[in-house]
Design a protein around this ligand. Structure first.
Ligand SMILES: Nc1ncnc2c1ncn2[C@@H]1O[C@H](COP(=O)(O)OP(=O)(O)OP(=O)(O)O)[C@@H](O)[C@H]1O
Ligand SMILES: [Mg+2]
Length: 349
């Protein structure tokens, strides 16, 4: 089997409105962790609901394993798709305990179910909590039970819709690492939805960026961050500086002098420069700038710089040098920049 899941030209319109999901084609390999990343209203939940079988596509096809589960003449209901789903609000059954929540989707003899539940609880680090009721658990603990419940029927694919969004920052990063680890251990194929770029970049094998119901780019986190398909993606997946420049092949003239380009271009372009690509120094090497503001994050500093013509840039630097507001510094770019056509969507703001 080449793919665990394939979506071909999937489109979904609700009640004749503009499509919430438009012509999506995706392929997910076995054991892959794919993230759907995009702004609110972009169609992420709709895509998951189509894959799970909670919605019927308006057109297009879904194949899970080797079976067509949705097209114009097939529709396999959710409970027959071998797909597990973890929702944002956990949705545990409130009136039964943790073990019964997990056992819910399990068939077979009572003794066998009991040992499977024990095994799942062990896996999510909740072995001591079998008898607890959902309201006696913290958010992170409920999240782990929800995950165990979704994994119990041994699904081929696990769909996770913003499962960490109700957790506070510390717990969130802990639970997401744990969940990632469990999925790696069980070799489960997962499709994960988030609008948090840090979560997407840190967890995923592949990221599919979804804007206004359309897929804009599907690539590894590294490529999404370093070679975003357009200006909107560049802005959505991290901080970015944009600088007007005049390109001549593999170089361009800009306020930072002559910079190298990743791809050949000619004419007016906008350069995309990540803050950590800028080198800031007290020595005279580069363009003069003034430090307008500084934020200290322990392992790096975030600097607001202004060039003499008022151009503003954000730079991230190490903490070996201590910069302060009002410092005169020089700024340079010592690696190639990505150049976009001036007409690329979403302009400088
Ligand atoms: N049941 C529905 N009926 C009509 N329109 C819907 C329905 N569900 C979603 N939509 C619309 O479809 C579009 C996509 O919604 P969806 O919930 O898929 O977005 P999302 O990317 O998950 O957003 P969020 O990050 O806010 O959860 C939105 O414009 C939304 O209003
Ligand atoms: Mg959603």
């Amino acid at each position: 089997m080449d793919y665990s899941l394939q979506a071909d030209h999937l489109t979904k319109s609700y009640n004749g409105q503009l499509p919430a999901v438009h012509d999506i084609t995706l392929k997910v390999r076995p054991s892959e962790f794919l993230t759907l990343l995009g702004p609110s209203g972009g169609g992420k939940t709709t895509t998951l609901r189509l894959l799970a079988g909670f919605e019927k596509p308006s057109s297009g096809r879904i194949i899970i394993g080797e079976n067509i589960v949705a097209d114009e003449s097939h529709f396999v209901p959710p409970d027959k798709r071998k797909v597990g789903m973890v929702f944002q609000d956990y949705a545990l059954f409130p009136h039964v305990n943790v073990a019964e929540n997990i056992a819910f989707g399990l068939g077979g003899a009572r003794e066998k179910r009991k040992s499977q539940v024990a095994q799942l609880l062990e896996m999510v680090g909740m072995a001591e909590y079998a008898e607890r009721m959902p309201h006696e658990l913290s958010g992170g603990e409920q999240q782990r039970v929800a995950l165990a419940r979704a994994l119990a029927p041994n699904p081929d694919i696990l769909l996770l819709d913003e499962p960490f969004s109700n957790l506070d920052t510390g717990l969130r990063s802990q639970v997401r690492s744990e969940v990632r680890h469990i999925l790696l251990e069980t070799g489960t194929t997962a499709i994960f939805v988030t609008h948090d770029q840090h979560e997407a970049l840190s967890l995923s094998d592949e990221i599919a960026v979804l804007f206004e119901g359309r897929l804009v780019q599907v690539a590894t986190p590294h490529v999404i961050y370093n070679r975003p398909a357009n200006v909107s993606v560049a802005k959505f997946v991290g901080e970015a500086n944009f600088l007007a420049a005049e390109a001549q092949g593999m170089t361009a003239d800009s306020r930072l002098g002559e910079v190298k380009l990743f791809h050949p271009k000619t004419g007016q372009v906008q350069l995309m420069i990540r803050p950590e690509a800028l080198a800031v120094s007290f020595e005279e090497r580069g363009t003069r700038a003034t430090v307008r503001w500084r934020e200290f994050y322990g392992h790096y500093q975030r600097l607001g710089l202004a060039l003499s013509d008022g151009t503003e840039l954000i730079a991230h630097t190490g903490v070996d040098r201590y910069f302060q507001r009002g410092n005169n510094v020089s700024v340079s770019l010592e690696m190639p920049a990505l150049a976009y056509d001036v007409s690329s969507k979403i302009m400088l703001d």
